[in-house]
Ligand binder design. Structure first.
Ligand code: KG4
Ligand code: ZN
Length: 340
């Protein structure tokens, strides 16, 4: 069978990315232009600035992705793009670019769901991985526990009721003065702290054992800081963030393992920016080993936003003949499993 080479574009938040992916499993290039430096000045992503930066970066990033793969647009079989969920202005830059390229070259256009992309990062990392499996998707905007029944069939088992896991990391990092982006900074600082120094509450939601809630832990950290300030006590920041991280990781692991055990599954996948967290990777691996469950997590570069994961998810859409029309639009609140 002929190789299918997909040029993929990702611009849903603050990374402008392009990649060339073969048969959904091999990334010939994976170029990422991160805007972290510019957003750090403001303590978080400023949507208007993100859109403008995407416009400036997108053509050079695509050119670099093609060059690195030693290809021209002629060699590509389809153009894929993230069309939701995400920041509308950011998504629109990628969608408009992908449509223009597909139209000009006469190649098919494929719209990809950002979260399906995060899950698909594991197909590049682990060539033997096939559905069905359980997936914990933890990013800056999403916390979903998902049954991946097939490459294009998803059953949402649990979700966050308030903050996403990554959002909680980012807010706590800001509160303790670590700044943006919070996740990697807390991960690093926590290595110097005692994760059992402070017992933070782990929320359980009555009647929804697989749902998550992270606003309680975030508030508990803020209360702890305020109380210490009122009493004039100094806070051991490493202990504080290590204990916060421990509480979040414990919840993520226990929910995921409950699903795996209840459904007698043999594979668990983690995905999304927070799956780069070293404590989560370690704890989840240990829990899976204990239960005899195969554990999959992408390398760090495929955990946070990238276009290789979009090219992988797009391949399975291509195989099913799911192509987008010229009316493809950005859908900021696109639901998992929903198609435009
Ligand atoms: O998947 P992603 O790059 O973008 C979204 O789709 O949201 O995820 C970004 C999120 C941010 O909240 C960031 O703080 C978090 O992932 N993150 C981490 C780590 N690296 C990134 N959280 C915890 N530990 C990390 N090492
Ligand atoms: Zn993401």
């Amino acid at each position: 069978m002929k190789d299918i080479r997909i040029l993929a574009i990702e611009s849903s938040c603050d990374e402008t990315a392009a990649a060339v992916v073969v048969n959904g499993r091999e990334a010939l290039s994976n170029v990422i232009n991160s805007q972290i430096a510019v957003h750090t000045l403001y303590g978080g992503v400023v949507p208007e600035i993100a859109s403008r930066a995407h416009i400036q970066n997108i053509n050079p990033v695509i050119r670099a992705a093609l060059d690195e793969a030693h290809m021209t647009l002629e060699d590509i079989d389809a153009v894929a793009v993230t069309y939701g969920p995400g920041l509308v202005g950011s998504l629109l830059v990628g969608v408009a670019e992908a449509k223009a390229l597909a139209w000009a070259t006469g190649k098919p256009l494929i719209g990809v769901h950002h979260i399906e992309g995060h899950i698909a990062a594991n197909y590049i990392a682990s060539k033997d991985l096939k559905p069905p499996f359980a997936a914990l998707v933890v990013s800056g905007g999403h916390t979903h526990l998902v049954m991946v029944q097939d490459y294009d069939r998803f059953e949402i088992i649990g979700r966050t009721r308030d903050d996403a896991a990554g959002e909680a990391f980012d807010k706590v990092a800001r509160a303790v003065g670590l700044g943006y982006p919070g996740g990697p900074k807390i991960d690093k600082e926590a290595k110097n702290g005692n994760p059992h120094a402070i017992e933070f509450p782990i929320a359980h939601i009555d009647g929804a054992p697989y749902d998550f809630s992270f606003s309680g832990i975030k508030s508990a950290v803020l209360n702890y800081l305020n109380e210490a300030k009122m009493k004039g006590e100094t806070v051991n920041r490493a202990d504080l963030v290590a204990s916060f991280q421990q509480a979040v990781v414990t919840t993520l692991v226990s929910h995921s393992m409950q699903l795996v055990c209840e459904r007698h599954l043999d594979k668990l996948v983690i995905a999304g920016g927070v799956s780069a967290n070293s404590a989560l990777r370690k704890a989840m691996k240990e829990a899976c080993d204990e239960q005899g469950v195969a554990f999959y997590c992408p390398p760090l570069i495929l955990c946070t936003d990238n276009a290789a994961m979009i090219g992988s998810a797009a391949y399975y859409e291509y195989c099913k003949g799911h192509f987008a029309g010229w009316d493809l639009n950005a859908v900021p609140n696109l639901k998992l499993g929903e198609r435009a």
